[in-house]
Design a protein around this ligand. Structure first.
Ligand code: NDP
Length: 280
């Protein structure tokens, strides 16, 4: 079997087009504020992408760049100002923050209604308890890709490799909410390959290039590759795409997969925040 490629570029363009259409008819633009601290090259690229997407869909975009020497108090001051700013509906602090800063403390200063990254304890707790709130963009993007591909999740065995707070855990919660039977694997999982082979839906969020090989994949499984690894200047996923695509029924490529949907979901979350804050 050769897998169908889930085209993240196309799907992200569709999501953004849907948002753009609706935003065009609004009196007030939804506003997204992004705070970037320091000079991390990958972070700068990500923030540039967020600004580009915001403008593309017709949002009001505010990017605040602070030097790595900025204090936590300065960052918190900005977050609190954006929390109160009626032009801003989404507030995002780009990670990683400098090591001297308490990431959890700063993130949790964001008003949960404007927490479009879904990283506050309030929004993580809402997801855990099955209540509506902002869901982290990467797992939200993965779910959107499954749904837009017409993949049935209910009753399926889903295996998520990775248990981070920003990808693995929220991904597992979303799949559970969709009535999958979910297993979470991590670095201490015994015989991970045999667990992975049980998966109808396999999500790889590990951070190790080509970690998931064909022998770890059941025939006909749906494989979602979250990994972004820079190897010799190239982006490589956590899945060995060339071999796994011969066994899977659906697969996401890297690049051109989950990364682009993650960006689109940030636009979606900001638009959702705008609607909620305006009682729409
Ligand atoms: P983390 O480093 O926070 O988590 C990685 C997880 O993988 C951990 O739970 C870890 O287990 C597990 N893991 C590591 N090694 C192994 C192993 N040998 N066997 C089994 N499990 C293992 O990473 P993130 O969740 O933040 O990101 C994962 C990947 O996704 C990265 O490549 C990252 O760049 C990418 N990413 C992509 C995004 C996108 O938009 N496409 C967005 C965010 C991330 P343990 O907990 O036991 O240490």
């Amino acid at each position: 079997m050769t897998a169908k490629i889930i085209d993240g570029k196309l799907m992200a363009a569709q999501v953004k087009q849907e948002i753009k259409k609706t935003v065009a008819g609004l009196n007030q633009k939804p506003g997204l504020a992004v705070i970037l601290v320091g000079e991390d090259p990958a972070s700068k690229t990500y923030v540039g992408g967020k600004e580009k997407d915001s403008l593309e869909v017709g949002f009001y975009s505010q990017i605040k760049r602070l030097p790595a020497t900025a204090s936590s108090a300065e960052v918190i001051g900005l977050v609190e100002a954006y929390n109160k700013d009626p032009k801003i509906h989404g507030v995002l602090v780009q990670l990683p923050l400098p090591e001297t800063m308490d990431e959890d403390d700063i993130l949790n200063r964001i008003d949960p209604a404007k927490d479009v990254d879904g990283f506050t304890y309030i929004n993580a707790g809402k997801l855990f308890s099955g209540n509506p709130g902002h869901v982290a963009c990467t797992p939200a993007g993965c779910l959107e890709m499954l749904k837009r591909s017409g993949i049935d999740i209910k009753g399926k065995n889903a295996v998520v490799i990775g248990r981070s707070n920003i990808v693995g855990k929220p991904m597992a919660m979303l799949l559970l909410k969709e009535h999958a039977t979910v297993t979470i694997c991590h670095s201490r999982t015994k015989d991970l390959a045999s667990v992975a082979r049980q998966a109808d839906i396999l999500v790889a969020a590990i951070g190790k290039p080509k970690f998931v090989t064909a022998d770890m994949v059941k025939d006909g499984a749906v494989v979602i590759d979250v990994g972004i690894n820079r190897v010799d200047g190239k982006l490589i996923g956590d899945v060995d795409f060339d071999s796994v695509k011969e066994k899977a029924s659906y697969i996401t490529p890297v690049p051109g997969g989950v990364g682009l949907m993650t960006r689109a979901m940030l636009m979606q979350n900001t638009f959702n925040a705008y609607k909620t804050l305006n009682n729409l």
